[in-house]
Design a protein around this ligand. Structure first.
Ligand code: SAM
Length: 367
């Protein structure tokens, strides 16, 4: 392979091979890290490719036509993903989220869903199986995803104004097609549909109230996400963040809302409900109110690297174990050792010192 063709993603994200303990202990389902946080959620990135070029996530200047995405042989196969997922479930994972890149551009992703759907917790309970998508292919695929065993879906939509949305996704994709995808998902039974809006000051913050108006009373749950300093290519500045408190204030001026109790301990989104009963919204405030203390999420990259924080700079190469002939007990023990050693709390420590770190890109690890 010529120098020019070396996939830069592989080099950029070089990760150490995890140590395999000499005498592997079987998983107990109760794994906890050094801060007492359980391993409860697994986010699986099924591709680093996306058909959008959202300016705050995969800007064209970085992810242009010459960008070297991962070659097919690097990706975990569906069999490899399922094998690893089974081991994570033995350690206590109860919730799976497929993400990317854009997960619906991975060919036959329904087949992966059909392989994951039958997995159960050690106590025999079904897992929560969901997927995050930009919605562009959802109208076409919602029924097949549901039939394969997907339970719910989260759709990213940053504006209702067509010109604003087309400029943000930077591939001129229309709002109407994403709305059609949301409708198709709801009709197929992938409910409640969550709609994620990343708010960036001066870009789409004037869409906060129109978005709230559109999704009130629809049965869908709109969630506002603070623009985060993930990756190293989106030019993040604190000045671009609209704090969740400001989002609440703007909505409350038009539609009275009141705080609602979390659905469960460690829920990422803070819930607010419309006083008139028209449903609820969520606020995800990873910048102004970090929730590291209750973070129970592990992230598996497209080529099998395990990250224990969205803001991590390195992961651990589980694919090397999968393809290196290790058995399930050994790989499970390696995962257990990584999680037990986990001490991440990036968002709590975020400061001038962390600004220069070479963090992994959101499009690589998924949201
Ligand atoms: N392509 C899928 C999608 O659009 O939902 C899944 C991957 S995308 C990386 C997951 C989520 O991360 C999207 O809702 C996206 O808006 C969000 N996201 C990307 N960059 C972000 C940033 N800098 N701050 C906050 N959210 C971000």
């Amino acid at each position: 392979m010529s120098e020019r063709n070396v996939p830069i993603a592989d080099r950029r994200y070089a990760a150490p091979v995890p140590e395999v303990p000499d005498r592997p202990q079987p998983p107990t389902g109760l794994l906890a890290d050094r801060r007492g946080r359980r391993l409860h959620d697994l986010r699986i990135s099924v591709t680093d490719r996306c058909n959008f070029r959202c300016t705050y996530c995969m800007p064209k200047a970085v992810f242009g036509s010459d960008y070297a995405f991962l070659p097919q042989a690097s990706l975990l196969s569906f069999e490899e993903i399922t094998r690893l997922t089974r081991l994570f479930v033995a350690h206590g994972v109860e919730k799976l989220r497929l993400t990317g890149g854009e997960p619906l551009v991975r060919r036959d992703v329904e087949r992966l869903i059909a392989m994951l759907a039958p997995l159960t917790t050690p106590a025999g309970a079904p897992l929560d199986l969901t997927l995050t998508t930009n919605g562009s292919l959802l109208a076409r695929k919602a029924r097949a995803l549901r039939d394969a065993g997907l339970q719910r879906v989260t759709v990213s939509l940053d504006a209702l104004d067509d010109a604003v949305f087309r400029a943000m996704n930077d591939v001129d994709f229309p709002v109407a097609d994403v709305l059609a995808g949301i409708d198709a998902a709801a009709e197929a039974g992938l409910r409640p549909v969550k709609v994620n809006m990343v708010v960036k000051k001066g870009v789409n913050d004037h869409e906060i109230v129109p978005m709230a108006r559109r999704f009130r009373g629809s049965g869908h749950i709109l969630r506002f996400i603070e623009f985060m300093d993930v990756g190293a290519s989106n030019g993040w500045r604190m000045d671009d963040v609209v704090p969740s408190a400001e989002v609440v204030r703007r909505i409350a001026e038009v539609f009275p809302i009141e705080p609602a109790e979390p659905n469960y301990d460690g829920e990422v989104a803070e819930r607010w409900r419309y006083v008139d009963g028209a449903g609820e919204i969520g606020l995800i405030s990873s910048v102004t109110q970090p929730f590291c203390g209750s973070c129970t999420r592990a992230r598996l990259s497209t080529e099998g690297k395990l990250y224990t924080c969205l803001f991590a700079t390195t992961g651990k190469d589980l694919r090397a174990l999968l393809r290196g002939g290790y058995d399930d007990a050994q790989i499970a023990a390696a995962i257990g050792a990584i999680w037990s050693a986990r001490d991440d709390r990036y968002s709590e420590l975020r400061s001038a010192q962390t600004a220069g770190l070479r963090r992994i890109e959101m499009s690589y690890i998924g949201g």
